[in-house]
Write a protein that binds this ligand. Structure first.
Ligand SMILES: O=c1[nH]cnc2c1ncn2[C@@H]1O[C@H](COP(=O)(O)OP(=O)(O)O)[C@@H](O)[C@H]1O
Length: 204
């Protein structure tokens, strides 16, 4: 994946036909539970295990020549999350930002976030096995652990050492900070402690 550069929605939509567009969304809900009765979960954040073994957000390629970005995103969400995604109907107000990447292909990614109730979030999880792409492009949904365990590595740092599709890891980190789901200092510590980070203590 080449270097990714932010650009505005209107700049993105003015790019020529040689550019492909993809929209993805972070869906989240406040989650009052505690792991082992002790560690606060904070929020449930949805990602998915993809067909290629990488983690990503629900969404996919869209064609802005045939409809709005959000039309394309909502269609992809239904294919990947099932009919339970239909009532969500993401809109321009859910848009967070866009990035362009030149290599290996000319791609613009558009990112959205939507806060759900925990009941809505659970209904999505329960319905996802009936989605058209379940077992095909989507192997299953996962919740992102937002906490860091007492060993300093378990939880978010270890989650971040997975393989991610495209710019999904950067989108996750940026939106967790912007939405205030994880304090910035804790995010930076999790990145540094992630077992694949060059700054992390390496196993001897
Ligand atoms: O969560 C993500 N965030 C950012 N880019 C992603 C994410 N998932 C996939 N991509 C990239 O977006 C493009 C579309 O991939 P995706 O597999 O979502 O489309 P599709 O479902 O229409 O086949 C690919 O270049 C992929 O690398």
């Amino acid at each position: 994946m080449g270097e990714s550069r932010p650009l505005s929605r209107s700049e993105a939509l003015q790019l020529g036909p040689g550019w492909r567009h993809a929209c993805h969304a972070l869906l989240y809900a406040p989650c009052p539970g505690r792991l082992f009765g002790v560690v606060p979960l904070g929020h449930a954040v949805l990602m998915q295990m993809r067909f290629d073994g990488r983690l990503g957000f629900p969404g996919g390629f869209v064609d802005p020549r045939t409809g709005s970005l959000e039309d394309g995103l909502n269609r992809e969400l239904q294919e990947e999350l099932g009919p339970g995604a239909a009532p969500l109907c993401l809109a321009e107000g859910d848009y967070l930002g866009s990035c362009r990447v030149e290599a290996p292909q000319r791609l613009v990614t558009h990112f959205y976030t939507r806060r759900l109730s925990l009941e809505q979030f659970r209904a999505l999880e329960e319905g996802a096995t009936r989605a058209q792409e379940h077992g095909l492009e989507v192997m299953g949904l996962v919740r992102v652990p937002l906490y860091t365990l007492r060993d300093g590595v378990g939880g978010l740092p270890t989650f971040l050492s997975n393989a991610f599709a495209g710019g999904a890891r950067e989108q996750l980190l940026e939106s967790l900070g912007i939405l205030g789901l994880v304090p910035e200092a804790q995010l930076s510590e999790a990145v540094a402690a992630s077992p694949k980070s060059p700054d992390a203590p390496q196993p001897s």
